[in-house]
Structure formats: C-alpha cells, structure tokens
Design a binder for this molecule. Structure first.
Ligand code: BGP
Length: 470
C-alpha cells in the first residue's frame, strides 16, 4: 500500500458478470442451430455435456430478471456463430438472430449493458470439417459472421469482444476438450491457426469501427503474471519467456499489429513460424482495439528450464496449470499463495500486478471479463448455497482492483465468471462459478431451478454500494 486513501471506483464502472453461449444456453440443435466443435467433442460420460447446459436459451427472461435483481450494470455473453450462420457462412438464420435480439432487448429494458463476445471456443463444426482455423477461408467466414452481428446489433451494442482466449485455444487446446480420437493438432498447425485468428481479429476490429461508429471492440486474452521462483537471473529470464509467449505475444499483435520479437524468434527457431501471406502485415496493422479485456484467474511461478524432458510436469495441465517446456521454462510451486480444489492458484495481488503490467504496456482501458473460483457448491437441505469461499475470493480481488485504480490503471469494469452456473470447459457441472445456482447434476437435469447463492447477496450489496461495502 503506497497511498493515503483509496480512490472510488469510476462512476461509470461496469459491475457485470459473464457467460459464454455454449456453456450456458443449451438448445444445442434447436431453431436451426448447427453443431459447433464443442458439441462434437469426445465427452467423458461422467461429466455434463453442452446439450442442455443451463437451459438459458429457454429461460433467459427469468435469468435476466435475476441479473437485474443482482444489480448488474453489464452482462458479458457470447453469440453462438452456429445459431446465426448455421453453415458457417451464407444464409443467416433469422431465429438465431431473433434470440440474441430478444436477449439484448431484455437486458436493455433492465438497464444492463450488453458486452458481446463474437467467438468463445465454439467454431461451427461445418467449418472445422473444411480445415477450421487452419484454412484461411475461415478468416473471411469470421469477418462475414461479425458483419452480420455488427449490422444487426451495432446500433444497440457498444462493447464488443473479438475472440475469447485465443491463447488458451492455441497453448492449452486440451482444456477446451478433446476431439474424438484424442488427437490434438501439432504446434505448427496451432500457430498457423493462431495467425489466421490474429488476421481475422484485426479485420473484424477495423470492420467494427466502420460499421458501428459508437462501438468499442477489443481482444479478450487469458492473462496472468509469472513470478520467478528465485532471484537467480535465469529464473527471471524463464518467467519472462513464458509470460511473453503465453500472454503478451497475443496481445501485442492485437494492439500493436505486429508480432512480438521474442515470440517470433521462438517460433522461427522451432520451425513454428506461421506462413504469412503478402498483405497480412498490413491487415494486422489495421486492427486497433479500443480496450483490452483480460480473463484473470491465477498467477504461475516459473523456474529456469533444465533443457530436457524433466522440464515437463507430470501433472495434467489446463489453461491455468503450467506444464513446462524444455529450453523455455519449468513450472514451479509458490509457497505464498493458496489453490482452489482444482489446483488453480489463488492470488488476488497478482491481479493488481497483472492490471498494472497490462496498462503500462498498452495504455488502453482494461475490462476484466473473467475472474472467479470454481467449486462444487452444495445445495443445503434448507435451500441455501453457502459459498463463502467465493465471497472471500472476490472480495480480495475487488480490493486489489481498487488498489490498481489507485496505481493509475484505467479499469472499465469487472465481469466475473460467472453470472449463473454454467458447464465448465472440461470439468462438467460440479465445478460451479455462478452467483446463481442451477439445480441440475452432471447427468440428472432435475428441475434446472435457479437459486440465489450467498454470493448473490454479497455481490448485490457490493454493486449497490459501488464497491464500498465489501
Ligand atoms: C476460461 C474460459 C471460460 C471458463 C473459465 C473457467 O478459460 O474462457 O469459458 O470456462 O475459464 O474454466 P473452467 O470451466 O475450465 O473451470
């Protein structure tokens, strides 16, 4: 603490909450929707799939009522590409657009600002069958899809997000689920896909500015700060290596329109550099985000690589659990932080640090589009859900946000994960995040009733007092 007093949250601060289409909507094949890649994953039998999810597609009015009661100023959700363009490109499905129009109407009727993610992991399967992001044609398809949304909702939606967690899709592809047959693409293929996503993102940001003059758009990356395990200079290099490759390299292209030098050398030296077509460099420069969105859950601790296979951790990795890479970094433990039961580091101070670094690097306003704690919340016999651990987690993170604001960070809002319980990316329904409990099990859909958790009351009070009563 270096201040005499703490500044208030800005008057127009977006107290919000997030979800994504495939994790909350259900109705996976209704009203003309086609399957996306997540609908076609090889799903472990014991965990929930995404077919019904939280049934938000059928219950969104009731859900928005609850969001309004919670006091949300913003709701971040994603549009399912497969509802709007079931063939990936071409014919627009009116019923798909109608769903999002009704959702936006309902939000705005309650004074809730929609924050719309264009693409959150759920590529149309029909495009995947044509090579997915490996195929350059997917760039045009994404631009076409974005244009449909900008034209339909550009007059009403101010905040847009391009691609959710491109870095998770490229660096931790297994975290989004395993394809049937269990084969993940090679690193070379993934980095080529990543390049196509970056070009698509730049074009879509430019298009947003053309078609939605009042619109603001930005990338949403899973960011984290990397600590070095000791003060050994090589630990510092390793931490910098991995922070650059995992986080900054993606945001640098999104914001500056050019590849990060260290990341490019890494790719070249390993034969992973993507093929760039003439004109790509100019296209990347066209994309100018208005703000940067970050999903923050954890920090990681990093040590110097030993240069051999022993760098690679034996434990299973996901988007928050680092695995190590020979010659680059080795994952280490941090004795000063806690962990969730899923092994994700709990580090509120790391959020302040991450916000500082992100702002220093880009000088753009920052929106936190995810932050939260996954836990197997339990419905008690008296009908309550006592998720005090979630309150404690968020209270400490909100405190650090306020400190970051005092540090000079331009923080636009806080949209924790999740507004309501959703299906986890790869750990089913028992891993819950919402302020609102959904009464279902992994397979047993029960009555899908909505029940306010204790954290609902806490967040409601926090919003009502503009962050003062934590
Ligand atoms: C982020 C994803 C979200 C969400 C969250 C929690 O990486 O953007 O879609 O699911 O992580 O992760 P999980 O569901 O794996 O616990």
């Amino acid at each position: 603490m270096i201040y005499q007093r703490l500044d208030d949250f800005p008057a127009d601060f977006l107290w919000g909450a997030s979800t994504s289409a495939y994790q909350v909507e259900g109705a996976w094949d209704e009203d003309g929707k086609s399957p996306s890649i997540v609908d076609m994953l090889d799903h472990p039998e014991e965990t929930a799939d995404f077919k019904v999810a939280s049934d938000h597609y059928h219950r969104f009015r009731e859900d928005v009522e609850l969001f309004a009661e919670l006091g949300l100023k913003a709701y971040r959700f994603s549009v399912a590409w497969t509802r709007v363009l079931p063939n990936g490109t071409g014919e627009v499905n009116a019923a798909g657009l109608a769903f999002y129009r009704q959702l936006i109407d309902e939000l705005q009727r309650h004074g809730i600002e929609p924050v719309v993610t264009l693409y959150h992991f759920d590529l149309p399967y029909v495009l995947e069958q044509q090579g997915g992001w490996s195929n350059r044609a997917t760039i045009d398809a994404f631009v076409e899809y974005a244009a449909v949304l900008f034209d339909a909702f550009g007059d009403r939606v101010k905040y847009w997000l391009t691609i959710n967690e491109q870095n998770t899709m490229i660096l931790h592809p297994g975290a989004i689920g395993m394809p049937k047959g269990g084969e993940l693409p090679s690193k070379q293929v993934l980095y080529q896909q990543s390049h196509h996503m970056l070009v698509a993102q730049a074009r879509v940001m430019a298009l947003c500015h053309q078609r939605c003059p009042a619109g603001k758009i930005g990338p949403a990356i899973n960011t984290t700060s990397m600590y070095q395990e000791t003060c050994h200079p090589l630990d510092a290099i390793a931490a910098h290596n991995w922070e650059t490759l995992r986080c900054w390299s993606f945001l640098d292209v999104a914001v500056h329109g050019r590849y990060n030098a260290l990341a490019w050398r890494y790719l070249q030296d390993r034969g992973l550099a993507p093929q760039m077509e003439p004109g790509d460099a100019a296209l990347l420069l066209q994309g100018k985000p208005d703000y940067v969105a970050i999903n923050y859950y954890s920090t990681a601790t990093i040590a110097a690589s030993r240069g051999d296979a022993s760098d690679i951790s034996a434990r299973a990795g996901d988007q928050q659990i680092m695995l190590g890479e020979p010659g680059v970094y080795r994952a280490a433990e941090n004795p000063f932080v806690g962990k969730t039961r899923y092994g994700w580091v709990i580090d509120p101070v790391g959020l302040r640090l991450t916000l500082r670094k992100t702002y220093e690097r880009y000088h753009l306003p920052i929106l936190i589009t995810e932050n939260g704690i996954g836990a197997p919340d339990e419905l008690q016999a008296d009908g309550t859900i006592n998720d005090d651990y979630r309150i404690e987690f968020m209270r400490r993170h909100v405190e650090q946000m306020q400190l970051a604001i005092n540090d000079g960070v331009e923080l636009m809002g806080y949209c924790p994960w999740a507004a309501i319980d959703v299906v986890s990316t790869h750990q089913g329904y028992a891993k819950r995040y919402g302020f609102i409990y959904v009464n279902r099990g992994e397979q047993d859909l029960k009555d899908l009733r909505r029940i306010k958790k204790r954290s609902f009351d806490w967040y409601q009070r926090l919003i009502a007092t503009h962050g003062r009563q934590r």
